[in-house]
Structures are given as C-alpha cells and as structure tokens.
Design a protein around this ligand. Structure first.
Ligand code: UD1
Ligand code: CA
Length: 468
C-alpha cells in the first residue's frame, strides 16, 4: 500500500507490530488484558486505530486468550502466537518472519491505548527525517518508577535503556522513560534481532538491548520525546483501566463540545468512542451513550438517559430513559422513565411517556403512548392514541404474536389487545376492554362486564352511617 507523503514523494507505509502476548496477571481476569473495554472498545482496538493512521497490515503478537482476540478482530490481521513469554525482544523475534526485508516498522504495546493518530504521524516523520535505525518513543514522568530509563551520553545522544531492576540509584533518578514504542529500520532489525542476547539476570530477551547493538554497528539511535506523556500511559490493572477511561472520556467529550454539543456536566457524561452527536444538542448529567449510538442536532438528552446502539433524529427530547438498539425519529418525545427495547422504531413526532415499555415495535408518526403501557411486537400506524395503562398482550406463554393498529385508532385506558389481532383505522376501543378479535375500521369495540349497582352497600363496607 502506498500513500503520498508531505514531500510529495511516494513512500511505502510503515508496518506495525503490536506486542500483546503479556500475561496481564494484574487484571485478575479471565479476559485477556487487551480485550478489556475502554469507552466501548477493547484496549487493543484503540492501539490499532491509532496505528492504522500511519501503518498498514498490522502483525499482532498474541499469547494467552489469543482465540478471543482473533474472534473479535477477525481475519484481516496477521496473528503470531508467542508460545513462551520470553520477553519483548523474543516477542518481536516471533513477528520478524512476517515482515518485509526493508522499510520501516512501528512497534507498539497492545496495552497502551491513549496514543493519538496525530502522535503516530509525528513519530514516523521524525524517524524518517532523522535517518536513524531506531527511534525510541520516550516521555518525561514525575514518577518514572517501573519504567525503563533512557540513558544519554553527555552530548545528549541516546546510549541505551536500563530497566528499573538493573538501574543504579543515579539511573533511577532519570525521569525520561521508555514508553515501549519504537520505530525501526527493518533491514537493521533483520540483521541484528535474531542474535539478541538473553538477559542473564531475568532470563528474558529484552527488546531494549537492540539499541546498543545498533550503536555498535555505527547506526544512529534517536529518541522522540512526547509532549503529552499521558498518551504513553499503559494499562496494567483495573485502577489504570479506570484512569485511562477517564482520560479518554475527557478527550471524547471535549471533541463533541468543540463540535457544538453542550454538556451540562462532562464529568458525569459517559460517551463511547464512536458515538456521534450533532450541534446544539444538550446533554444533561448522568447520561451514558454507548456503542454505535448517533444523536442528531438540537436534541435534549438526559438527565439519566442510557442509550445503547441507538439512533436519535433531530430535536428529539429523551429524559430518564433506557433505549436499546432502537431508532427515534425527529421531534419525538421519550420519557421520563421509558424503556425502549431492541427493534423499536419511534417515528417523527411520536410521544412515548412515563413508565412505558416498548419492544420490537413501530410507533407511527404523531402516535402517542403517554402513560403506563406495554407495547410488544406491534405496529402502530400514525396518529394512534394508546390510553393510560393499555397493554399489548403479545405472549401466550409459548409464542409471541403481532398486533397491528391502524391509523388514527383510539385505544381506551386499560384496554388489553390480545395478539394476534388487528385494529382497523379510526377504530375506537372502549376503556377496560379485552380485545381478542379483529376490529374493523371505524368500529367501536367494547368488551367489559356491565356495571352492577347496589344501593347503600358501599357505605356499609366502609362502616359509615348515612348522614341525615
Ligand atoms: C517494557 C520495556 C521498558 C518500558 C516498558 C513500557 C523491555 C525490556 N522493557 O517493560 O523499558 O519502560 O515496557 O511499558 O522491553 N510482551 C509480549 N511478550 C513478552 C513480553 C511482553 O508480547 O514475552 C508485550 C506485553 O504484552 C506488553 C509489552 O510487550 O504489551 C511490554 O511488556 P511488559 O511486560 O509490560 O514490559 P515491561 O517490563 O513493562
Ligand atoms: Ca508494562
């Protein structure tokens, strides 16, 4: 694959290897670490997203839980299994046979999800312009504990990386750390990586040991220092997972606010990475927008709204409601306290009110289901009115059946429509009726016992005397 670079030259895109075979023991999870969700997508997905901006055909080095990773990401990637976890150098050695002889290679860690695509571009163009055989991506941290430190000579050139466990007190004071990401010249890697020595203390192959080998060959090694060290943040346990999520969430919210969305309280607004929202939409606190959700412009969403994989048109008002895999048309009103389950379509200007549950149903233009109803497996044409407490009885204990309600029909309060049943256009169902047969267009259907009256019995039940 080729792309045009800034200089106008045709240049081959770099390749990427993502190291993701680590055990992830500190997550204490049956799920591989890189599959834990961060704003709606696995940690590894975020790494791939950023890498794809600059590199092609990623190679993933996987270990424990590789089946779950392959199932999710599918056949479009090259997977290499590292059977034994013998260190970062060993992991990259496994990928080497799958990479071209020449060109550039971006090496990333599968557990570092906050890199931005723009940063990747800067790293690659820095590496290109420096003509180095290796560029290590570094960050300056107030607390560098746990990371490999960048050792530079007096003139400032990178001499190598020393792991914390091997560092002297003086080296431990170095605040510039190895983020674990690199750019390499592939020809140099092919020449030297196979003979990487095993670290005698840990018995592992350290990828960082390639740097002195390159220097010895007279090749240049450079460092790319990140301005924003947060991007290098790795996720090793669930505390860091929550910290990374908070940072990413802030990024997502700021992007939406800059694009014209008002958030009353961004701190309590939880939006997944692929969610879209249009300008002049106002999001109230305690709102969660998940998955492939799209909200139009000029909407009011929240407080307390949870949307999953749902689509809202423009000028929708949705308050205190849960909406799953549903579509809500322009100018519709939903809530407070509605529950829309998968397969629900609310058309333009329809109104779904308080304590209403709707499942796998279409509510036509301008139709109203304002209070205390259940509508399941039904089609309501336009301008239907469902009275308070009216219920679609869709389940007979064995099977679900469909109900059809024609345009302009009026369903009285507390009516039961026993499916399968068709209510004709402009039909009128009297309050409290239980409807078991189709109702023709324009008809009145009334099915309830006649009212009995017993003089004085009410007062007797209440134990009260008649006032004279
Ligand atoms: C490594 C670097 C250290 C750097 C740190 C940044 C080495 C020797 N040290 O240390 O300088 O500051 O990353 O986080 O490289 N992995 C495999 N197979 C393995 C071992 C690791 O795929 O056998 C993967 C892990 O899944 C992870 C990455 O490589 O994505 C880094 O491994 P990790 O064990 O976290 O390395 P550190 O010891 O933290
Ligand atoms: Ca690590």
């Amino acid at each position: 694959m080729y792309r045009i670079c800034e200089g106008g030259r045709n240049m081959q895109q770099p390749r990427t290897v993502i190291l993701a075979a680590g055990e992830g023991t500190r997550m204490k999870s049956s799920l591989p670490k890189v599959m834990h969700s961060l704003c709606g997508r696995p940690i590894l997905w975020h790494v791939l997203q950023a890498a794809e901006a600059v590199a092609s055909d990623p190679v993933l080095v996987v270990g424990r839980g590789s089946d779950q990773i392959k199932d999710y990401f599918g056949a479009g990637l090259t997977y290499v299994t590292q059977e034994q976890r013998l260190g970062t150098g060993h992991a990259l050695q496994q990928a080497l046979p799958h990479l071209p002889e020449t060109g550039e290679l971006l090496v990333l860690c599968g557990d570092t999800p906050l890199f931005e695509a723009e940063t990747m571009e800067k790293i690659v163009s820095f590496h290109r312009s420096s003509n180095a055989a290796a560029t290590v991506v570094t960050a300056r941290l107030e607390d560098p504990a746990g990371y490999g430190r960048i050792v530079r000579c007096e003139a400032g050139k990178v001499e190598g990386i020393v792991e914390e466990s091997h560092a002297s007190e003086q080296q431990k004071a170095i605040k510039e750390i190895n983020t674990g990401s690199y750019c390499f010249d592939l020809a140099a890697l092919h020449a030297l990586l196979p003979s990487l020595p095993k670290n005698q203390v840990k018995g592992e192959y350290y990828l960082t040991d390639i740097l002195p080998m390159l220097l010895e060959e007279g090749r240049a090694v450079e460092a790319f220092l990140l301005d924003d060290s947060q991007q290098a943040m790795g996720v090793n346990d669930r505390v860091q997972l929550a910290q990374a999520a908070a940072l990413l969430r802030q990024r997502i919210n700021e992007q939406l606010m800059r694009a014209g969305v008002t958030m009353m309280d961004p701190v309590t607004t939880y939006i997944d990475v692929e969610v879209e929202a249009g300008p002049d939409t106002v999001i109230y606190p305690q709102t969660i927008l998940e998955g492939q959700t799209r909200v139009g412009s000029n909407c009011i969403v929240g407080p307390g709204v949870h949307l999953i994989d749902s689509e809202l048109g423009n000028e929708v008002v949705c308050r205190q409601s849960v909406v799953l895999e549903s579509t809500i048309g322009d100018q519709a009103l939903v809530g407070p306290y509605s529950y829309l389950r998968p397969g629900t379509v609310i058309e333009t200007g329809a109104k779904i009110g308080d304590f209403v549950e709707i499942k796998n149903s279409t509510v036509g233009r301008g139709s109203k289901v304002p209070h205390l109803s259940y509508v399941g497996d039904a089609t309501l044409e336009s301008d239907v009115n469902m009275g308070a407490g009216s219920i679609v009885v869709n389940y007979d204990g064995k099977k679900k059946h469909r109900t059809h309600i024609g345009q302009g029909a009026f369903i009285g309060c507390n009516a039961n429509l026993v499916a399968p049943v068709n209510i004709g256009r402009d039909a009128f169902i009297a309050a409290g009726s239980t409807i078991t047969r189709d109702v023709p267009p324009g008809a009145l259907a009334l099915s309830r016992p006649e009212q009995e009256q017993k003089e004085g019995v009410g007062r007797r039940f209440l134990g009260k005397k008649e006032k004279s």
